[in-house]
Ligand binder design. Sequence first.
Ligand SMILES: Cc1ncc(COP(=O)(O)O)c(C=O)c1O
Length: 497
Amino acid sequence: MAQEPTDEFGDWSPEEFRRSGRAAVDWVADYFARIPELPVVPSVAPGDVAALLPDSPPEEGEPFENLLRDLDKVVVPGLTHWNHPGFLAYFGVTASGPGILGELVASAFNTNGMLWKTSPATTEVELRMMSWLLQMFHLPRSWFGLIVDTASVSTFLALAAAREAVADFDLHEEGLGAPGAPRLRVYASEQAHSSVDKAVMALGLGRKGIRHIATDTEFRMQPAELEAAIEEDRRNGWHPMAVVGSVGTTSTTSVDPIPELVRVCSRHGLWLHVDAAYAGSAALLPEKRAYFAGCEDADSYVFNPHKWLFVPIDLSVLYTKHPDVLRRAFQLVPDYLRSDDDGTNLMDYGIQLGRRFRAIKLWWVIRTFGVSGISQRIREHCRLAEEFRNWAQGHPDFEVVAPLTFSTVCLRGVWNQSPEASSAWDEELARRVTAEGRAFVATTKLRGRTAIRVAVGNIQTDSIRMSEVRSAFERIRTEIAAEIAEGTDPTEGASGK
Ligand SMILES: Cc1ncc(COP(=O)(O)O)c(C=O)c1O
C-alpha cells in the first residue's frame, strides 16, 4: 500500500515523520552494532549494485519500510564501510553519533546561508565554530575562516586568493589571457596532494603552472631547492605566485619545514598556503604541536574536520589572514542578492552561492566529546600507530619506510627480492590482508616502490583490532614467502578479489 501524505499534496505529518524517523534511527543504530563483523570492503563487481535497482522510478509512492529494507538488500552489501574499526586505508573519515544527528538537524532546517540575512543562525554558528577551532588548534585568533566542502576546494579558493594578490597585474579584471599577463607558478613538494595540481589547472595556470620541489630522505620539501627554483623561474620570465606547504602529506604524513617556507615566501613575496587536511586535527595535542610551528605565519591554511575530528564528510575549513583578498577574488553581488545589513555574507568568499548548515555537526561533535574527549581519541590513535610501528620495526619480516609523525605507518615486507618483485609482493600482501575482511589497507609508491599504508583515524579502531591486523600481516607475509620459495607466483589468481 502506498504511503499517504497528510493531505493530497503535502509532506509527511509530524506523526509520520516521528514514526519513520524512529525506524530510521533504529536502523542506523543496528547498522553500527553490526559494522565490526561486516567485511570492510564489499565483494561486488562494477554494476552489481546498479543491477539491483529498478530501471525506472516508481509511479506510486511506497511505504517507508520498503526503503529501509532495501538498504539491507541493495546498499549495505555494496558498501565500503568507512565507519569500520578495521578501516585503515587512505585517511579515515568516521561519522560519530553526534555528527550524524547534526546532519539530520541541518537537513531539517534546510537553510541556505548564502547571505547573513538568508539565515543569520547559519552564518553565526559557522563563524563561532571557526573561532572555536582557532582556539583549539592554537592558530591566530585574527584569522578569518569558513566551511568548505573539501580540502581540494579550500586549496582552490586559497590559490585563487593568491592569484588575486599578484601585485602588479589586475588578473581579476584582465584575466590570464590578456596581453602582458604574468606567467604564474605555484610550488609544492613532489609529495603534495594532487588537489594542488588540480587547483592550479582549474585556475588556468596550466600543468606547467606548478613546479614540484624535491624532498629529503624524510619526504619533506627542501627549502634550498624551493628557493633555487623560484630564482631560476624568475630569470626565465615566470612570475612565482604561491607555495603550498604540507603538514601531513598523503603518502607518508611528512611535514614540510614550514618556518623555512615562511622565510622563503616572505623573501620572494609569495603567498604561503598550508595543507594540513588530515594532520590538522593533531594540533590539539601539545606533544604534536611542534609539527605546526610556523603555520601561524601562513597566508592561508586548510584542514578537514571530516578526516580526523569525527565529523561526517563533508566539512573542510579554510582560514586566511587576508579575507579582503579572498573576498576580492570572489565578490560579485547581483541585484537580487543585495543586502543592507552589516552581517557577514559567506557567499562573498568562494564560488558557491548556496550553503548548507554544516556547522551544526561540528558544533555537536565538539560539545558532545569536548576538547579533551576529542584530544584523547586522537592521542589514542597516535598511540595505536606507534605500537604498530614499533611492532613492524622490531619484526625481521617487515621494515618501516617513513618516519611516523601522526597516526599513519608506512611499511613493507622484507622479501629479499628485486625492487619490482618486492613491490608486487607488497601489493599482494595488502590485497590479501584486505580480502580477509577484518581490515582495509591501501598502498602508495615511495621513490618508485610500493609501500603499504596503515592509517589509524577511525573512532571505532581499538587495540584489539590492531592486534588482529598485526597477526594478519605476519601470517600472510609468511604464506606469500612460502609460495615464493616454492616457486609459485603468489599473485596468480589474484584478480578474483
Ligand atoms: C594532504 C591532503 N590534502 C588534500 C586532500 C584532499 O582532501 P579532500 O578529499 O577533502 O578534497 C587530501 C586527501 O586525502 C590529503 O591527504
